[in-house]
Design a binder for this molecule. Structure first.
Ligand code: AMP
Length: 217
């Protein structure tokens, strides 16, 4: 049995066409059921639904053989114990720094001010500001980051940006792009050896589907 860990939402939706390209159809709709283990048309393959930040942990400890997870989540996790064979080029967005429109970020950086930065992505933020030589106090949040500059909790946030409409709706502006983000396939290293005959065809089908993306249905 091969177990694939996915998180609900964009990653799940954008992984389905890749699974289909590998001949795998998920038989249940996670939006219509509370089941966390979903069967597929292939008796030897199942999907488990976990929180996005838990995907690397499930795969690292063998709760799942494979998983799909954002580069952001992988960097924060550390990626230990995971084989990362493919960038699936799905759930694409960017990690950016944003501030209130009336905050002079360039000046604060130039003057060497100590910035208060709120984020869920503390490892990425720490590394980024350290590489720029900017001193920061990091404030760990788990959601609604956009609120932090508006309430005076922080000068800046580090968050994922896709269309930019969430920032715009909260009168924030993007002042730096830290990195492009997309989702990766991660594989448990022991499973790759022990279940290679089942896993390798999946890896091959996925990489073919990335080069020749399936037409959306
Ligand atoms: P947008 O308004 O399209 O720029 O999307 C920004 C919001 O969606 C932020 O709250 C992000 O945390 C979240 N977001 C955007 N892209 C992704 C992604 N690929 N994975 C997870 N969250 C995302």
């Amino acid at each position: 049995m091969i177990t694939l860990a996915l998180s609900k939402g964009r990653i799940y939706d954008e992984t389905l066409p890749l699974l289909r390209a590998a001949g795998i159809e998920v038989l249940e709709d996670p939006e219509k059921s509370r089941k966390l283990i979903l069967s597929t048309n292939q008796p030897g393959v199942r999907v488990v639904l976990v929180r996005a930040t838990d995907v690397p942990t499930y795969v690292e400890y063998g709760g799942a053989d494979l998983g799909v997870t954002g580069k952001d989540t992988l960097i924060e996790h550390g990626g230990q114990g995971l084989y990362q064979p493919l960038d699936l080029q799905i759930a694409q967005c960017r990690m950016s720094v944003a501030v209130r429109a009336d905050f002079d970020y360039a000046r604060a950086v130039r003057q060497g001010s100590r910035l208060k930065v709120a984020t869920k992505y503390t490892a990425i933020a720490r590394e980024f500001f350290a590489s720029k030589g900017v001193h920061v106090d990091l404030i760990k949040l788990y959601g609604s980051m956009e609120l932090a500059p508006l309430t005076g909790l922080a000068d800046a946030i580090v968050d994922l940006v896709s269309t930019g409409s969430t920032l715009k709706a909260n009168q924030l502006i993007e002042v730096e792009r830290i990195m492009d983000i997309s989702s990766r396939l991660v594989v448990n290293q022991a499973a790759l050896k022990l279940k290679q005959r089942a896993i390798q065809p999946l890896l091959d089908a996925f990489s073919k589907a990335i080069i020749n993306p399936p037409v959306p249905t």
